[in-house]
Design a protein around this ligand. Structure first.
Ligand code: ATR
Length: 282
């Protein structure tokens, strides 16, 4: 029986067991996926010792993503670029790590939008400059968007994201938002604003292009005030649940040997659990 884990501190909130458990049942794989709570102090020992407990790999979440990068033998280009690892596996006795948030973000847009969404968008506005924004900006830069405007309350944090792709990324204070919106073909919220229990993101989408795509990485509620406004204006709205589901695909494939599909059945399964909860990441 192959066993994988999600390790974090705390870890009770993680939806990853729900996702991987669904796929294990769907593909009739005799595997297990378990939550493990490990403190930062104990994480280095866990990283070195999980193979002795019979695990083939797992997901890493807050607060261990940076420590995971420091403690592995081989990091993917994306993990190094983001400075964080969220997926671990063993290969030839060595410990490998990747960051699948970029894959998750891009695969979600690929599934929800026309195939040429990146070329059509041309320019993006990304709200927020935290860890999630890094993955979004790196993904958009990979897809060749000519201009990626990062708009953030703290301008220095926005400026730090320009290093991901200096030719494409520009940093701005929140005050610039209204002037940037008319040129953007894609608007992505990566802040926690709009999440259940948080204030809504204050943004007026009136000046947006008629073909703009509006995406939120918050998925509780599934329809955030931002997405509701986008839909009301006839814009394409892409919710945050897809990113969570798609980022889980590469890990499952590595640990359990089958590439799973993100289906409506999986969405319904996770949505049923979200009704009572809240969250925006793994
Ligand atoms: P994550 O790793 O999930 O992206 P994070 O690193 O805490 O989370 O980042 C949260 C983002 O939301 C930040 O860009 C934060 O802005 P600051 O860099 O100025 O802190 C943004 N954010 C959170 N609450 C906000 C608020 N009330 N108004 C504007 N921006 C907010």
């Amino acid at each position: 029986m192959r066993k994988a884990f999600v390790v974090g501190h705390p870890i009770a909130h993680s939806r990853s067991p729900l996702i991987h458990g669904y796929w294990l049942a769907e593909y009739v794989i005799a595997g297990r996926y378990e939550r493990i709570d490990v403190t930062p102090q104990d994480f280095p020992a866990f990283l070195q010792g999980f193979r002795d407990q019979g695990y083939v790999g797992g997901n890493v979440t807050i607060p261990h993503k940076e420590a995971a990068l420091a403690g592995i033998d081989h990091a993917s280009d994306r993990a190094r670029r983001l400075g964080a690892v969220n997926t671990l596996w063993l290969e030839d006795g060595k410990l490998y790590g990747d960051n699948t948030d970029i894959t998750g973000f891009l695969a979600n847009l690929d599934a929800a939008c026309p195939p040429d969404w990146a070329e059509r968008a041309g320019t993006a506005v990304v709200l927020g400059a935290g860890g999630a924004a890094r993955a979004v900006v790196a993904g958009l830069a990979e897809r060749g968007l000519g201009c990626i405007h990062v708009v953030n309350r703290s301008p220095d944090k926005a400026a730090s994201l320009t290093r991901l792709a200096p030719d494409q990324v520009r940093a701005h204070p929140l005050d610039n938002l209204a002037t940037l919106l008319p040129e953007a073909g894609l608007i992505v919220n990566t802040t926690s604003l709009g999440m259940t229990g948080q204030p809504a993101l204050e943004i007026d989408l009136a000046p947006c292009r008629a073909d703009a795509i509006v995406s939120d990485i918050v998925y509780t509620p599934l329809e955030t005030p931002l997405l509701a406004q986008a839909r009301a204006r006839g814009l394409r709205a892409v919710d945050g649940l897809g990113m969570l589901l798609h980022q889980a695909v590469p890990g499952f494939a590595r640990w359990f040997g089958a590439t799973p599909q993100v289906t409506q059945g999986l969405r319904d399964h996770v949505c049923a659990d979200l009704v009572a909860g809240k969250g925006k990441s793994q």
